[in-house]
Design a protein around this ligand. Structure first.
Ligand SMILES: Nc1ncnc2c1ncn2[C@@H]1O[C@H](COP(=O)(O)OP(=O)(O)OP(=O)(O)O)[C@@H](O)[C@H]1O
Ligand SMILES: Nc1ncnc2c1ncn2[C@@H]1O[C@H](COP(=O)(O)OP(=O)(O)OP(=O)(O)O)[C@@H](O)[C@H]1O
Ligand SMILES: [Mg+2]
Ligand SMILES: [Mg+2]
Lengths: 258, 258
């Protein structure tokens, strides 16, 4: 069946979008039919894939609040086997608008309506919050992938994120589980990164979830969005790209047991 | 009178909290009585100031949703002349709870109720979103200070932020203006940082707002929160600290015209 993952962490700037865009690209390159849904009103995933603003007419807002079907909203990214439901600026109002509608936590799940079966993987890029957009992603998904920057404040955030995952699992989606924790933007020269990494891997509850692959801080990664391309397309040989390609392999082994 | 600033940018991880904490500390050291309100449910400002979780009993949520007065919520930070209204985990529910109450956009303004006159500066640390918490900050504030990471995606975010500032200015707070744009986490060795900096300074609308001081990326800054101290206290000589001290001077000159 279709694997549906929410890529989430309420801490801002930890490489949720960078991870979503590059994982989706690598999955498509590995022959998995992949759909990404940009749930962030900022629309960084849509930008990072080079989708011009005029091509973002129907998006995640329309799925949840205007009765649009998946077929209405999906656009090609130009990368073979990789489609996108873009973000539109109307998404900024979605948290408030969703507050007043029936089944407000399951609108995304309902909108998919089974059409996701045309894909092997669906990835939701979540905004940096634990509001109704992220809750909708957790209700529609089976797994939560957590990018984590190797910084002190990040560990504290994990505990808060877990509370929301638990709440959704109890009330809305009993099958929700963690895919894993990916350490991102790691600067191995810096003592703090190494310490936080050791803390997370040694954590009694989260430690077993941490992927072996660690994504290094690499300037080519931050350059890629300005070229409208995922870094693994923009500069395949860069250290960040090589790490994301290794990560995709590890991710697939964990998901598909190969 | 009292200067009230919202430190905001919906883009995550751009050093909103780091800027708020260090600017507030420097303002207090310069003899300005300073209050900080932690409006981020993550509570990173409270953590970065070493406030243990058990001391965060009454906070910003209580001001806006439980009728608490400023006097009920304010706690000392241990730094002379610098008080804090901490964040509590209940704040995660605030966006939704605020959606259903009367005067939902002005609850923070109403709760201050004039008690802010005991301070020379009030700083709001905003979460990475443009929801009701940030709108409340914009309604209660006179000025918006925008930390901006020198990265490509940041520029795109400015346009979205401006729309919310305009909307609040038109409907709720006609006197809201920009304090300025502070370039943060800048890695001068990297070509992209220098390019983005030039773009922002040359921008017809935002260019004149950019402070001369640029905060460099500096590992001591990211170490400071694990010691519960602002970096300018944790390691005054670090390049990040020196930049924040210079920034506070430039900020005061712009605000007070000295
Ligand atoms: N490995 C890396 N090396 C260098 N820069 C990186 C790396 N990963 C991400 N970045 C940069 O860091 C910034 C934050 O990344 P990104 O936007 O993916 O995070 P996010 O968690 O999606 O942010 P938000 O919380 O705003 O949604 C971006 O400018 C991105 O280009
Ligand atoms: N000048 C700097 N040099 C190095 N690291 C920095 C610098 N400024 C901030 N950081 C680190 O970058 C991370 C993001 O900073 P911070 O938490 O202040 O951003 P924020 O905008 O408040 O994030 P959020 O959107 O989650 O509220 C933190 O781990 C912080 O310690
Ligand atoms: Mg993102
Ligand atoms: Mg913050």
């Amino acid at each position: 069946g279709t694997h549906i993952h929410a890529i989430a962490n309420q801490k801002g700037g930890v490489a949720k979008t960078t991870t979503a865009v590059n994982l989706a690209t690598a999955l498509a390159a590995a022959g998995r039919r992949t759909l990404m849904v940009d749930l962030d009103p900022q629309g960084n995933a849509s930008t990072g894939l080079g989708i011009a603003p005029e091509r973002r007419r129907t998006g995640a807002w329309d799925l949840m609040l205007a009765g649009a079907s998946l077929g209405d909203a999906v656009i090609p990214t130009g990368l073979s086997g990789f489609d996108l439901v873009p973000s539109t600026p109307r998404l900024f109002g979605a948290e408030l608008e969703l507050a007043d509608v029936p089944r407000r936590e399951t609108r995304l799940h309902d909108a998919l309506g089974g059409a996701q079966k045309h894909y092997d993987y669906v990835l939701f890029d979540c905004p940096p919050s634990l509001g109704l957009l992220t809750v909708n992603a957790f209700t529609a998904a089976q797994r939560v992938l957590v990018p984590l920057q190797a910084e002190f404040l990040a560990l504290e955030g994990l505990v808060l994120l877990r509370q929301t995952v638990e709440a959704v699992r109890t009330a809305l989606n009993p099958s929700l589980s963690y895919a894993g924790i990916l350490l991102t933007m790691s600067d191995r020269r810096n003592r703090l990164s190494a310490e936080v990494e050791a803390d997370v891997r040694g954590h009694t509850e989260f430690g077993r979830l941490v992927y072996d692959t660690v994504i290094p801080r690499n300037v080519r990664v931050s350059e890629a969005p300005s070229h409208g391309k995922p870094v693994i397309v923009y500069d395949m040989k860069a250290s960040g790209s090589q790490a994301y390609i290794r990560f995709a392999g590890e991710f697939l082994r964990r998901e598909e047991g190969v």
